[in-house]
Structure formats: C-alpha cells, structure tokens
Ligand binder design. Structure first.
Ligand code: UN1
Length: 512
C-alpha cells in the first residue's frame, strides 16, 4: 500500500544531507567528492564523497598506531565507558541513523532501525565485557611456580565491511576492539560511505564526552579495492576483519597470512533449512518467508536452499508460492512493502544470471522478474524468486546475493543432512522438527556443518550475544558475542618462579 506524503516534497538527497548535517557530519565530507553515492530506492545520486587516495593509507594507519599506543594504557573498564557513551549516542540517534540505512541501502524501516539496535546491543555487551577480560591461572608442574595467561591489546584492527549491514557489522568488530584496547581503521563498502560517516560522527560525539580519547582511535578509509589492499598489506595492522564475498575474503586471507597477520573472515553463506515430517508448518512458513525474502535476500544469513521432506512438500510449497506472489515489493519509505530494492544493477544482473542457470539445470522458476521499472527506471526492485530444483546443482551451490530460494525434495534424514552440508559455504542453517531425534541429530557432530545451526526458526537474524561466523568458504572467523573478543587481543603465557631453586620443566637436568 502506498504511504502518500511519507517524504513530503523532499528528494532523497535532501533528506540524506539533512540527516548527515544533523548528526554532525561536515558538508565537505559528502559533497563535491569523486565517489557518487546512489540510493537504491530511486537510483538517484544522493552524495559525492571525497575518497582516500591509496597513498594516504599509510599515514592513516600511522595515526591509528599512535592512538593505539596511548589507548592500550587506559584501563579496560574505562575503555568500556567510551563504548557505553557510544551506545548512548546510538540510542539518541537511532531514528536518524536507521533512516539513513534505509535511504542508503534500501532496507525496510524496521530493518534499518534493527540494524542500529544491533549496534546498541553490542555496545552494551562490550561495556560489560570491559570488566570481564580475563585469562586463566594454570596448574604448573614446577614447585613454587605460578603459570597464567593474560590478554593484551593487539594493535590496529582493520575492519572491512559490506554494504548489506553497513554499520552493524562494523560495530560488532569495533565495540570489541575498543574495549580490548585496539584502534580501528574502517574501510566501509564503497556503496555505503554515508552511514559510515554518520557513525564516525556519533563516535566523535561519544569521544568528546569521554574526553582524552587519542586522535585516530577510529579512522575511515573511503575508497575502493586499492585502498583496501593498502590496509590489508600493512604490517602495522595485526588483525584484519573482513566481511563480504568469498572471492574477496580469499584474497584478504592470503595477503594477511603472507605477513603472518590474523584475519577474521565472514564470507559467503549458502544457508539451508530442512523441513522434516514433524515440522510445525505454520512456523516454518513464516520463518522461511522472513529468512529467504527479508532484506531482499541480501544477508549473509539469508535462506537460499529449502530442503523439504517429500511428505510435507505439497502442504508447504504451494502456500509458500502464494506468499511469494503476494508479498509487497516497493519503496519502503513511501509504502509498507516488506521487500525493498536490490542494492544496484549489478545485483539485479547477478540474480537474472542465476535464474537463467537454474532454468538450464531443469529448475522451475516462480517470480524473479523486475518490478516498478516504469516509476523507478534507475532502481532495481524484483519479485523474490522461488525455484523448484530437481537436484542440488549449478547455481544452487553458489551464493547469489539476491532473493532466490531453491527448493529441493528429500526422502531420508541422512539425505537431507548430506544436501545441507553439500555446498562449499558453511555459515548458517536450520531444521524445522519436533522429533527430538532429528533435532538433536541436526545439532550433533554428524549434523549441520555450519557455524550457526538453529531449530524451528530460520538461519538469519542472529542476536549479538552468540559468536557469529561460519566454516569452510565462509572463512572460519567469529565476531560479536561469546568469546569472539579474544581474536582482538594477543595472548601472553607467563610462568613465575617464586622459589629459591630452578626446577626445569619435563624434569630436565642442567646443573652448571
Ligand atoms: C550479514 O549479513 O553480514 O544474523 C550479517 C543476521 C544479522 C547479521 C547478518 N544479525 O542475519
């Protein structure tokens, strides 16, 4: 349904400028630059952002390194206070920043706000964590000795983030890095520099209130691949956290490894849900709709493969097809559509290519066509596609960042698990079942091989409290909750001799 007057008379560009200025971003940071930013809602240019030259990156990292030297001396609970203040700023600016996410990425309003909520949540988490950074005291084999481990700040953390969660994924990394005593150099997606500029302005507000935050604790690199490479190759950056495609992550991982840096990779997902005979089909239907179509299929955790037992296929799939045909697709600012646009033309073309490949592989495609082309010729709205596939081949084993759900049939639970695990990616997964044997089997060592395995819900929409990430070509990194913070610190093992002799480990004798 159209929501008339929602943007009464203002172009997206004007609204974006008003939000950025209101949040304290200098006009020079988003006008007159070389990188043109377009809103996927309409395709119109909304800003022109000055870029960082690749030759300038070394100096930025130098500044971050100097900030780190000072920040690591600030006690962790005080560092937590900075992150608490950042959380307060985010709470106060939730409406504006959420709106900016919608305007820059095309997310529906509640998802734009949800993204900011995710930032607030990780700030709360990190504030608590700042008093819980602890190591172990370990039993030693030597008399009058103590052995322990400590966690020290790692240094400058490089954060490379993707367009689809332009600010939340940064916050998972940065909130932890700041309480861990690190400085952060952030290279946002070239498609979404505006939400990054807004976030940096909010950080600066928090830093000002905190007082005495070293200059350069958070710096931004606005630019493309070359800027990212300069960050990735710099030996003063011991940790690089990168979110994006598997192709990008493979390059980042290799380059960081070459200089013995540590990378935290959160790459492609090709997430599946299994619908078993004992599933609650009403829950499955709603969960699948959100997980497969939400965010226009542009989450790492989006449901891309639905593996349905033969006996429930006809009770589930026709209903699902109906939802696919009826769901509102459109501009989420001017209507109550649940599916916003794809990020750009490239995403649309990638989707059509995958659908073509699916047809060639014997798939039956429902939906997937372009919508609203007449009123928004520069924007890429699509009807989500449901594709019934005869087998898990061709595009089904690839991640296409668009709302395509491949549906497969299975007969035995073992076959379903083999299909679930039979792709190169390993981020998220879920099972719909009330039979505890199948639930526990799915969660067991011989079940899902993914970093995330859910029951009676979809694979997307994780909370920040758990460790987020996945296996295989997803890259193996873990971010956000649980003990993911350890990746942002260096571990030091210490043995202390408080006796008057020098016993050696392993009973070695060396009397000189
Ligand atoms: C991503 O798409 O990169 O679990 C992150 C989710 C969100 C984060 C997705 N909390 O779907």
């Amino acid at each position: 349904n159209e929501r008339p007057g929602a943007v009464a008379g203002t172009s997206v560009a004007e609204e974006v400028a008003a939000i950025l200025s209101g949040l304290g971003v200098d006009k020079a940071a988003f006008t007159g630059g070389t990188r043109v930013v377009r809103s996927p809602l309409t395709g119109e240019a909304i800003a022109a952002v000055p870029e960082t030259a690749p030759s300038e990156v070394a100096a930025v990292i130098g500044k971050a390194e100097a900030a780190f030297q000072a920040w690591r001396k600030v006690p962790a609970p005080q560092r937590g206070e900075l992150v608490r203040l950042l959380g307060e700023e985010l709470r106060a600016a939730k409406a504006e920043l959420g709106r900016l996410v919608t305007l820059e990425v095309g997310k529906i309003v509640s998802e734009g706000l949800g993204e900011v909520q995710e930032m607030i949540d990780i700030c709360d988490f990190a504030t608590g964590l700042s008093r819980q950074i602890y190591g172990l005291t370990i039993a030693t084999e030597r008399a009058d000795h103590r052995m322990m481990e400590q966690w020290h700040p790692a240094g400058v953390v490089g954060v490379i983030s993707a367009f689809n969660f332009p600010v939340a994924v940064w916050s998972w990394n940065a909130a932890l890095a700041f309480v861990c005593g690190d400085a952060v150099v952030w290279k946002p997606s070239e498609k979404t520099p505006l939400t990054a500029l807004a976030t940096q302005a909010l950080f600066q507000r928090a830093a000002k209130r905190f007082g005495g935050v070293p200059d350069g604790l958070l710096t931004l690199l606005i630019g493309g691949r070359e800027v990212g490479e300069a960050l990735v190759d710099d030996p003063r950056v011991p940790v690089v956290s990168a979110t994006g495609s598997t192709a990008m992550g493979r390059k980042v991982g290799e380059r960081v490894a070459r200089r013995f840096g540590r990378s935290i990779l959160e790459l492609g997902g090709n997430n599946a849900s299994i619908v078993t005979p004992s599933a609650d089909l009403d829950i499955a239907l709603r969960a699948v709709a959100f997980a497969a179509m939400g965010t226009a299929g542009q989450r790492c955790t989006t449901l891309r493969r639905l593996i349905v037992h033969d006996s429930v296929y006809d009770a589930l799939v026709p209903k699902l097809k109906k939802i696919y045909g009826a769901i509102g697709v459109g501009n989420p600012v001017t209507s109550d559509a649940l599916i916003g646009p794809l990020i750009d033309k490239g995403a649309y073309e990638g989707m059509q290519k995958a659908l073509g490949a699916a047809r060639s592989a014997g798939g039956t495609v429902h939906g997937g066509g372009r919508e609203r082309e007449a009123e928004a010729p520069e924007a890429y709205y699509v009807r989500p596609a449901l594709v019934e596939m005869p087998a898990q081949t061709g595009p089904v084993i690839e991640e296409t960042f668009a709302p395509i759900l491949y549906v497969l049939r299975y007969r035995s639970f073992e076959e379903a698990i083999a299909l679930q695990n039979g792709v190169p990616q390993g981020l998220s997964s879920s099972v719909f079942a009330t039979d505890m044997r199948e639930v526990e089997g799915f969660l067991s060592a011989t079940g899902s091989d993914c970093g995330i395995a859910n029951v009676n819900m979809g694979p997307s929409g994780a909370e920040i409290g758990g460790a987020f990430g996945g296996e295989k070509e997803t890259g193996g990194g873990r971010e956000s909750g649980s003990d993911a913070w350890k990746a942002y610190m260096r571990r030091q093992t210490s043995a202390i001799n408080y006796g008057r002799t020098l016993p050696l480990a392993q009973g070695v004798k060396f009397d000189v």
